[in-house]
Design a protein around this ligand. Structure first.
Ligand SMILES: CCCC/C=C/CC(=O)SCCNC(=O)CCNC(=O)[C@H](O)C(C)(C)COP(=O)(O)OP(=O)(O)OC[C@H]1O[C@@H](n2cnc3c(N)ncnc32)[C@H](O)[C@@H]1OP(=O)(O)O
Length: 396
């Protein structure tokens, strides 16, 4: 074990692996994206600040500076902070852009910001429509976008360049988002992905961020995180819908057994390659999958890593309905908007009637699966698989 851990550490030090730190797609936008919550009367403006996060293409520094300046002017008024030093290039460029707007009124700046974002959105072909609740707080990073509209709270995985792989930060943010969604006034909660993938599962670079306590401590804290994460899905009180917009891998597949409805594009695939990765099932799939599809079909997926097409997953009961990719978004959202108009308390209580008898059992299974995985993560089989992927030698 120490040998493989050492190889992992050496590979990391050699720079062969990518950084374990959260990669932010448009770092220059951070300041304005983290701005204060807007009032309801500024809904268009708030929508625009969210749409910026879903742009598929980096708009370039010039546009980012314009967005930054307009955001500052719209929210704080004319620039009256001290000019940064000449060597502080980035902050000076931002200051110059803001200062150049002179005494432009806040309302005009807001209007110009919305116009600029909508022109960028149109050219970036984003397929996701976003209108957040006026007072919704966004999670701590751009990798997750939470919106609320038409009685539906939507949690969107937003790391398309990494196939929406889940970083440690994203697990925490999803937990926070679920917590907030369980209390907000929406009737239905949706999890979906931005880009061509739904989710490629656990971000394998999570394994490279070894704390001072070493790999044992890493495995222990990973198991705690996993257990907490899955517990939130077990306990989620409202109808929970997965809108599977593309291929799904690993934990994003296993937790589908805890969703109430799973809609998939016909482009989606469902893959749980745990043996290939030296790992074992999580997300309560060791219980839900045999129950949903029978033990032998579950074994093909969870033990032998058989990848299912959307239609196969539907035949086996993991997916509720499959839609042609060309009409997927339209059909699914029309359907969900209609469902979201049903009486929310009745839906919540009916879900409880269906799910509550199993809750205790699911929590016990989650605890057991997390413990077993903690051991697996320390195995040579797992470490070799991770090293292999991170050194670009292997893909699924
Ligand atoms: C709390 C802890 C819980 C832990 C439990 C979880 C269990 C699991 O989820 S196990 C499943 C883990 N996932 C994987 O093993 C998938 C690994 N990825 C791949 O095999 C391929 O990337 C994939 C088949 C998904 C897509 O292949 P391609 O279409 O050829 O795309 P790329 O490989 O070029 O991917 C683009 C870009 O994204 C990075 N990527 C994708 N998935 C992951 C991932 N899971 N972890 C880290 N990085 C990922 C990939 O490396 C590419 O990055 P760049 O090379 O920097 O562009």
């Amino acid at each position: 074990m120490a040998g493989v851990a050492g190889r992992l550490a050496r590979l990391w030090c050699s720079g062969a692996l990518s950084s374990p730190l959260q990669v932010t797609r448009f770092p220059a936008l951070q300041l304005h994206l983290c701005g204060p919550a807007m009032r309801a009367s500024q809904e268009d403006f708030e929508n625009a600040t969210n749409q910026v996060k879903l742009l598929k293409k980096d708009p370039g520094n010039e546009v980012k500076l314009k967005l930054y300046a307009l955001y500052k002017q719209a929210t704080e008024g004319p620039c009256n902070v001290p000019k940064p030093g000449v060597l502080d290039f980035i902050n000076k460029a931002k200051w110059d852009a803001w200062n150049a707007l002179g005494s432009l009124p806040k309302e005009t700046a807001r209007h110009n910001y919305v116009d600029l974002v909508s022109s960028l959105s149109a050219s970036s072909e984003s397929s996701i429509q976003v209108t957040p609740a006026a007072d919704r707080k966004q999670p701590g990073s751009d990798a997750l976008v939470v919106t609320s509209q038409d009685g539906i709270t939507t949690i969107t995985l937003n790391r398309p360049d990494k196939k929406n792989a889940l970083t440690t930060q994203m697990y925490h943010d999803i937990m926070l988002a679920l917590e907030a969604a369980s209390k907000d006034d929406s009737a239905i909660t949706v999890l979906t992905g931005n880009g061509d993938y739904y989710c490629s599962g656990n971000d394998l670079t999570n394994f490279t961020d070894i704390p001072p306590g070493g790999v044992e401590e890493k495995a222990r804290s990973g198991a705690v995180l996993l257990r907490d994460f899955v517990d939130r899905f077990i306990d989620f009180p409202k109808p929970l819908v997965a809108v599977v917009n593309g291929p799904a891998v690993g934990i994003s597949v296993t937790i589908l057994g805890l969703f109430d409805i799973v809609y998939a594009t016909d482009r989606a695939t469902f893959h749980t390659p745990f043996s290939h990765l030296g790992q074992s099932p999580e997300g309560c799939s060791s219980y839900t999958f045999p129950k949903i599809m029978g033990p032998s079909k579950a074994t093909e997926m969870l033990v032998f890593g058989k990848k299912l097409t959307a239609r196969e997953a539907c035949t086996q009961g993991l997916v509720t309905e499959v839609f042609p990719d060309s009409t997927f978004q339209k059909e699914v959202w029309v359907r969900l908007k209609a469902y979201s108009k049903l009486p929310p308390n009745a839906m919540r209580i009916s879900k409880q009637v269906i799910r509550n008898t199993e809750k205790e059992k699911l929590h016990a299974i989650n605890a057991e699966e997390s413990n077993i995985l903690r051991e697996r993560w320390l195995s040579d089989e797992c470490m070799n698989a991770v090293v292999s992927f991170l050194s670009k030698k292997a893909k699924l």
